[in-house]
Design a protein around this ligand. Structure first.
Ligand code: SAM
Length: 245
């Protein structure tokens, strides 16, 4: 029921400090990232808003994060980066929140940079983040929606890719992996056709920490690996828009 989602009308309205309390407290006390409120109109347009306001902000998003395995693996690798899992299922997102709280208790100050939000990412992603805010977007083992009539519900589509290109900073990376060949082909076809995404080569991916985690970090990935299933990984860099676009 979407009515139970706490969806902000605009990204600036959302209070992220409740998801990352220790991180925000730390930023506040060392003075490094205290919020300096600069009216948007007064900000020079060529400086990213993150630099202008120095607010800690979410940079990585795991869409349909399931039980949160990827976030848990990424948290210590990028301790200064805020990451968010978005998950539609109420119980599953609650499980992830509890999992993160337990990890924070055991290993403080680690894991203060990850959080999970229950929401319909397909509908509301764009409400939470500003243009160019994100540097990594993950789609690990998304639901296949096999029937032709439900293809529009696939999380990688032409329309959704326009949103992902909007939210990702140039140079940002969109990661996908699936064990469903038909879906793998579909995601590749859609992203290959998009003018703002360029598929990364295996050589580039070998040097990318996150890309190396895609197949086994999550619960779904581990299940596929146990069953010796094949996976197709397709990863794209968000490029600068050519002047003609
Ligand atoms: N990425 C996880 C993994 O690799 O273990 C979960 C994979 S599971 C097959 C797909 C997940 O996407 C499910 O947990 C489902 O609830 C979630 N999901 C599906 N549609 C969604 C949406 N519109 N917004 C957020 N989550 C969604």
């Amino acid at each position: 029921n979407d009515a139970s989602f706490d969806v902000p009308a605009h990204p600036d309205e959302y209070d992220w400090s409740r998801h990352y309390p220790a991180f925000y407290a730390r930023q506040g006390t060392d003075g490094a990232s205290e919020h300096i409120s600069v009216p948007v109109e007064a900000q020079p347009s060529n400086v990213p808003a993150s630099v202008q306001t120095q607010q800690p902000e979410v940079k990585f998003v795991d869409v349909g994060c399931g039980f949160g395995g990827l976030l848990v693996k990424l948290a210590p690798l990028y301790p200064d980066t805020l990451m968010l899992g978005m998950e539609l299922r109420d119980k599953v997102s609650e499980y992830v929140r509890e999992r993160i709280l337990a990890l924070r208790e055991q290993s403080s100050p680690q894991y203060s940079n990850i959080a999970c939000l229950r929401t319909n990412a397909q509908k509301y992603l764009i409400h939470y983040f500003r243009k160019g805010q994100l540097t990594k977007l993950f789609f690990l083992f998304p639901d296949p929606h096999f029937k032709a009539g439900t293809h529009r519900r696939r999380i990688i589509s032409r329309a959704q890719l326009a949103d992902y290109a909007y939210l990702l900073a140039p140079g940002g990376i969109l990661y996908t992996i699936t064990d469903v060949p038909e879906l793998g082909q579909w995601m590749r076809e859609k992203a290959d056709a998009h003018p703002l995404f360029v598929r990364m080569s295996d050589e580039e991916l070998a040097a990318d920490l996150a890309a190396c985690l895609l197949d086994k970090a999550t619960e779904e990935g581990q299940k596929v690996a146990r069953n010796s299933g094949l996976t197709l990984r397709s990863v794209y860099r968000r490029i600068e828009a050519p002047a003609s676009l």
